[in-house]
Design a binder for this molecule. Structure first.
Ligand code: SAH
Length: 405
């Protein structure tokens, strides 16, 4: 072919019969998007892959468990021919041609009457690329287009988002924000950033974006959250799109829900973008799995911002001491001696493995392996400072088994 000569169209398949012949890995790759389009997908094949079986079990695809037979395409709006047999594929496309139904030939694109573009999603928009049958090229161009759109390098004139987005920035490494978080950040007029929000993400922003460091908002300590809430509301009311960038996940010890409530009370639209929480990501970055088959079947994430026995504490330390699984402590560096004591006196063995991870996922990451009876001393001796995660339980001893650095 001398050039791409197809006519690129968007098909509205919702509720319409689409027949897929063949249930192998080729069909497996095409089915999710077909199902996503709302098509009534019927699959004809003597066997299917486990992933296709899952779609069948969920009711998303109807499976006719038999070889293709002439007449199968009756009433179809679109046909995908995905068997490994060129004869079957030829018979299917001949029937489609006769019925004047567009038919994709997965084995020989140019022999069909339709081809599937390399496709991707961005912000409720579809990007499709056809490259005259050069799949590598169409996939590479699709990937670059999506990357450019997601990073904000390629301009997208979508309607501007409004209100406030509470965005989880992830545990520290700028690569660990979600795609949606990054997309919204690229469209912000104002960014109000937490102390633990990944700083590199802010450096990428154009100078026209107003960046507010929430830690430096001048108010007394007790009033600082109110000051942040007011700032979110006042910027949004002035018509600016505000991204409230938080460390980890906005709703894990991040006061994110208070901010969402403040926006809602002020009638400001608020969107929550979940984030990768440090509670799970930081142990993982230190090769500690928070659960592991046969080792830990539970994991509890606990805030250490008040001491055990403090009247404002909502944590049942005696109950935690009876657990065999994993305890992940956040904000616990300062009071680790009290927590370790409470756990040991409540029955947790003194030699329970512990891993302390400071500044996880960042260049400054430090890991101090310890045990419950020694961790308080080790934290002091090693000069561990917040932010740090303290993982308690048998899983903390598993990192060695990976044999990493
Ligand atoms: N919303 C955040 C947690 C906020 S509480 C999240 O989901 O991750 C702040 C605590 O998180 C810190 O005191 C520390 O215990 C933990 N933390 C956050 N980032 C961390 C990091 N990169 N390394 C170690 N601990 C971290």
């Amino acid at each position: 072919m001398t050039g791409e000569q197809h006519y690129l169209a968007g098909l509205d398949l919702a509720g319409r019969r689409v027949v897929v012949v063949g249930g192998g890995t080729v069909a497996q790759r095409r089915l999710p998007r077909l199902v996503g389009s709302g098509a009534r997908v019927e699959l004809v094949s003597p066997a299917v892959t486990p992933a296709v079986q899952t779609l069948v079990d969920s009711g998303a695809v109807v499976w006719h468990r038999r070889p293709y037979a002439s007449g199968d395409l009756e009433g179809a709006w679109y046909v995908l021919c995905c068997t490994s047999s060129p004869e079957v594929n030829a018979a299917v496309s001949a029937e489609a041609e006769r019925l004047r139904v567009f038919c994709v030939r997965a084995d020989a694109g140019s022999a069909g009457t339709a081809v599937t573009p390399a496709t991707g999603d961005h912000d409720r928009m579809l990007v499709g690329v056809l490259a005259g049958g050069d799949h590598r090229r169409s996939a590479a161009v699709r990937d670059s287009l999506l990357a450019a759109l997601r990073s904000g390098v390629a301009l997208d004139d979508a309607a501007k988002p409004v209100g406030v987005a509470l965005v989880g920035g992830g545990p520290g490494d700028p690569d660990l924000i979600t795609v949606r978080g990054r997309r919204l950040l690229a469209r912000a007029d104002v960014v109000i950033a937490d102390r633990l929000a990944p700083a590199e993400l802010l450096e990428e922003l154009p100078p026209s974006v107003e960046v507010v460091d929430a830690a430096k908002i001048p108010y007394g300590r007790a009033a600082s959250q109110d000051a942040i809430n007011e700032l979110l509301v006042s910027h949004a009311r002035a018509g600016r799109f505000v991204v409230r960038l938080k460390g980890g996940d906005p709703f894990v010890f991040g006061r994110g829900f208070e901010e969402a409530l403040a926006c809602a009370a002020a009638g400001v639209p608020v969107t929550v973008v979940p984030g990768v929480t440090s509670a799970f990501a930081v142990p993982a970055a230190a090769d500690v799995p928070v659960t592991h088959r046969g080792v830990a079947h539970e994991v509890v994430v606990v805030s250490g911002h008040v001491a055990p026995g403090d009247p404002s504490s909502l944590v049942d330390w005696a109950a935690l001491a009876r657990l065999r699984g994993t305890i992940v402590l956040l904000m616990a560096v300062e009071r680790i001696a009290l927590f370790a004591d409470a756990l040991v006196s409540g029955g947790r063995p003194a030699d329970t493995p512990v891993s302390v991870v400071q500044e996880g996922t960042t260049r400054g990451q430090r890991v101090v392996p310890s045990t419950l009876d020694k961790v308080a001393d080790d934290v002091v001796a090693e000069g561990i400072r917040p932010p740090a995660i303290i993982v308690i339980g048998p899983v903390a001893a598993l990192a060695d088994e990976l044999g990493g650095a």
